[in-house]
Design a protein around this ligand. Structure first.
Ligand code: ADP
Length: 472
């Protein structure tokens, strides 16, 4: 039987362009599906992407997209990377930018137009009907199911994944004309959201199936506390909503084969070499002290305020702390102020993949106090790399990190320290628990060793996607 064809669409894919977990998922899920489906991944060819490095070549196919009587040209490029075929869409307005979406606190003013071009070219790619399924991710691709309402000859079924409901693609009403969308769609059951245009609503309304990236988050977004204003709308469409936990890519995140590490490791003795080397490089002292790390985007979502408010108290304990992140500069300033007072905190305000791997390898604990977390990858990477996660019990964190006090060696679950209430006090209490756990080396090592053997790969979740695609 011939394989079915799947077009996987995302606005960022590792290693070409990455701002967060979506890029990891868009890299690793297609790899997990490549033997089951004829799969192609489509993304914008941003100017930051190194065409030479990845042998990205023109596919000699171009389109002219007309919106509001203005023509936008787009050309397709392609490459094969790691056994997956990639299609890149180049259109100057979409791609020639310093950042993917703009600065963290403010997207580019013409993002609606940029990603309308992306969506319209995806529809052009679907036009020859070689794809059975189109798997879309987040607001940047969310207009596709709406555009397909006008295309009776395109047969592909649509699956839309909400990787983070906090980013919905909200724009002023006036963009409708600019992006050539009929105002008949500006109704409460499709695009209208408090007088604004909401791209994500279009996908929720018209996709054949919707997924989000953990079962707990799937439940949470149906409530007012986590629904970002769309909980009622999602409750209305909840029959097509499924939660499927993300996995991490074994090829990229296995400590014994990690090419980004100075000392790839499979046991705690080898892991220690990474800690030693990291501490030395960053001028942190005390190999026997526990090393706590935080890696992530500096946004409210990640609980950076909790971290900042508890940082001085935490740093007063006998430990080292390393923080890596980029995003809102106000957080950088606040952390910097504290860092200057303590010689056991190391802080880097940047995005650096190699450094992040070194930190996971060196760390004893990962701090992840996210206020909400659709899935979260850091905690799974941390457990694979032998550092125990300290997390707020929410969303995907709740589904992947289990209370170490209920440790069961025979279970296949990963264990860590969880706190219920997102407050600095809770974080400090969990930190104190961590210090205590670390001092009982035998218990600490038992959990770490167990976590390192857990399977956080895509295997199970990819099977769930296959099941869903088949239902479509
Ligand atoms: P989100 O997508 O909300 O940012 P996830 O936990 O899903 O969060 O994924 C975050 C990914 O990005 C992980 O692979 C993490 O290691 C990585 N990451 C986040 N910030 C940085 C940074 N400053 N430098 C390097 N890697 C980072």
């Amino acid at each position: 039987m011939s394989k079915e064809s799947l077009l996987f669409c995302a606005s960022e894919v590792y290693p070409f362009a990455k701002t967060g977990g979506l890029a990891d998922v868009a890299h690793s899920l297609p790899r997990a599906l490549r033997d089951t489906y004829n799969i192609k991944v489509v993304m914008p060819l941003y100017s930051c992407i190194n065409r030479k490095k990845y042998s990205i070549k023109s596919l000699k196919k171009s389109f002219s997209i007309s919106m509001n009587n203005i023509e936008y040209t787009a050309e397709l490029f392609g490459c094969n990377y790691g056994g997956v075929e990639y299609i890149f869409i180049y259109s100057s307005l979409l791609c020639d930018r310093e950042f993917l979406y703009g600065i963290p606190t403010e997207g580019y003013a013409d993002n609606a137009l940029r990603f309308a071009i992306f969506c319209r070219v995806i529809v052009e790619i679907l036009r020859d009907n070689t794809y059975d399924i189109v798997h879309l991710n987040d607001w940047q691709t969310a207009l596709v199911p709406l555009l397909l309402q006008e295309e009776s000859l395109i047969k592909a079924k649509t699956l839309f994944t909400i990787n983070n409901l906090a980013y919905q693609g909200l724009f002023a009403y006036e963009v409708l004309k600019e992006i050539g969308i009929d105002s008949k769609y500006f109704t409460t059951d499709v695009l209208e959201f408090y007088n604004k245009v909401n791209f994500m609503k279009a996908a929720i309304a018209y996709s054949d199936a919707i997924t989000t990236v953990s079962q707990s988050y799937a439940d949470e977004i149906l409530t007012a506390s986590f629904g970002c204003g769309l909980d009622g709308f999602l409750r209305y469409h909840k029959n097509k909503l499924t939660g499927i936990i993300n996995g991490i890519d074994n090829e990229h995140f296995t400590p014994s084969h990690d090419k980004l590490l100075e000392y790839p490791f499979a046991n705690l003795t080898e892991k220690k070499l990474n800690k030693k080397s990291y501490l030395k490089e960053k001028s942190l002292k005390g190999i026997t002290k526990p090393l706590f790390i935080f890696i992530g985007r500096f946004t409210q979502q990640k609980g950076v305020d909790l971290l900042i408010n508890s940082l001085e108290q935490i740093a007063s304990s006998d430990c080292n702390i390393a923080i890596l992140g980029d995003g809102e500069e106000i957080y950088q300033e606040k952390i910097m102020k504290i860092v200057n007072e303590y010689d056991n905190i190391h802080f880097e305000f940047k995005y650096n993949e190699v450094l992040s791997h070194q930190m996971y390898a060196a760390a004893d604990f990962l701090l992840m106090p996210s206020l909400f977390e659709p899935c979260g990858l850091n905690q799974m990477i941390a457990m694979s790399y032998g550092s125990i996660p300290i997390v707020h019990k929410v969303g995907g964190l709740k589904d992947t990190v289990h209370d170490y006090k209920l440790f069961d060696n025979k279970s296949s679950k990963g264990y860590g320290i969880l706190f219920e209430k997102p407050s600095s006090d809770s974080l400090i209490n969990s930190f104190d628990e961590a210090i205590k756990l670390y001092s009982t080396k035998k218990d600490y090592n038992k959990i770490v060793k167990h976590n390192m053997l857990c399977d956080f790969s895509w295997k199970n979740s990819a099977e769930q996607y296959v099941k869903l695609y088949k239902q479509l």
